[in-house]
Design a protein around this ligand. Sequence first.
Ligand SMILES: Nc1ncnc2c1ncn2[C@@H]1O[C@H](COP(=O)(O)OP(=O)(O)O)[C@@H](O)[C@H]1O
Ligand SMILES: [Mg+2]
Length: 587
Amino acid sequence: MSSSAPTTAATVILDAYSSYLARVSELIARAKTHFERRDWHAVQADSAQRLGLYNLAVQQGLQRLRDLLGQALVARPTWAGLRAEYAPLVESRDDAELAETFFNSFTRRLFHTIGVDPAIEFVSASADAPRFGPPWGHTLTIDAAGRPLDQVFRDALDAFPFAPGYDDADGAAADLATALEQRFPGATVRAIEFARPVFYRGKGAYIVGRAHCAHGDEPLLLALTNPSGRIAVDALLTTADEVSVVFSFARSYFLVAMDRPREMVDYLRGIMPRKPVSELWNALGFNKHGKTELYRSLLQHLATTRDRFAVAPGQRGMVMAVFTLPGFDVVFKVIRDRFEPPKTVTHDEVRQKYRLVFRHDRAGRLVDAQEFEHLAFDRDRFEPALLEQLLASCSERVRLDGDRVVVTHLYTERRLRPLDIYLREAGPVAAREAVIEYGHALRDLAATNVFPGDMLLKNFGVSRHGRLIFYDYDELCTLAECRFRELPAPRDAAAEGAAEAWFYVGERDIFPEEFRNFLGLSGDLLDAFLSHHRELLGVAFWHRMQELHAGGDVLDIYPYRSARRLRPTPRRPREADARNPNRGNEP
Ligand SMILES: Nc1ncnc2c1ncn2[C@@H]1O[C@H](COP(=O)(O)OP(=O)(O)O)[C@@H](O)[C@H]1O
Ligand SMILES: [Mg+2]
């Protein structure tokens, strides 16, 4: 925009968008330095700060518009005109779809539009048509024909330099070559290719791409860590499923620098074809646009199937009414009007918990939730039993408007198989694995300073990769908020049989010995749990975790199996490794 261009309302919105992008880029540019310096607190702070930048930019933009337009700000014709003015400003941008979603955030905030309004919103992305002229140039290809693989990987590492250097780059390249040969015995590798931007998250950095082999392409992901001040290549992943777990909806968003985000999404889809596009946008940190994409895929699903909303399989929630569409992998969660005892939380507190999870490190164990307002669906798309339930118990948020059902507030989440159902259906081997995974989920949550609160099996779900993920947030809290106590010895025989606890139990008092009763496991499954996780039933483990967090430790959580690590035993054992609760963690 030239400096002589008049300040119009459309340019105010575009300016707000540009300043949002500039702030995000600034944060992302720092991620590399934080990783190089092992400044994990800075990574955490920046990740949390990034999540707030979008709303901040929209708020600031709205304030400027209010000054510029006065009363006209809230008139629909203003926005029909603005949309027409804004469209040509952004249509040739490399991130047009994001700029359009940004515009929609303004109108949705002002008009509380029920459903979507094509006159004042961008409905289907203008980005649907391919529009990139020059080639992307954001991948890097290293020729491997006739060359030893370790040299190829050595070149790859050189192409991704870090200030402190790699810890034994030659050794790491040799390890990578050996690992690749083991995964694809006898394969002819013609070239390896990587997206140039490095993906940063938590204590990890990830380089993503693929191997071009004679038999076809294979995914490649190099997981980098910084355990001791020099960069280590910690793991090599070579399947779409493994890479998909790193990009999971149960993890926090990456910090990654991109000029053409949609091309990055397309590139990642090529590597993980089963992952929904909306989740890829989320993983790249464009969660508002991910939400737009999710909504579009929902409309698409409704338009192309006869699926009806029905009560989600599993135990009925006391706080949430949960429903789903059989052919669509998402659940819809509406807060009920009233919660039965013993629930004492308020609606606001429930929403606070969801916000806490949004900002917190989700550790691969907390499902990501998208918040929607003012949705409307045709009444006949609801199973009558579900509609009746929603109107009766969620009347503050669900109402009928003629033939439409209007939902003023709900969360969406990826649909998982509730663990209680899963254990009934699964064979003995799968059930055993799930129970062990459940213990690892509790450990990972503890490692990120989270106590799930309501840790019953029904509140965990199993993903298609067999991972255990928690979704019931109303009692979730940090470990610091909990008081882990040993059960006092009963004073006498009469007290032992007493129905009420005879000792004082505070709201945040937690007795790990009692977990055993909560779990409702018996026989082989209980044995499996105890053989791996007995320590979770004692206070010592929880006190140790509390101390580590109080001392400011940021613990390791690896988004891959230890078998995928190139050198499973640390080369230089350090005190921090010895204390790490997640040694041997199997995601
Ligand atoms: N992401 C999900 N995938 C599949 N089922 C879910 C999901 N979230 C909730 N459910 C189902 O809905 C029920 C209630 O949801 P939950 O989040 O546990 O709320 P409440 O706090 O009311 O128990 C769960 O017991 C489970 O059966
Ligand atoms: Mg529940």
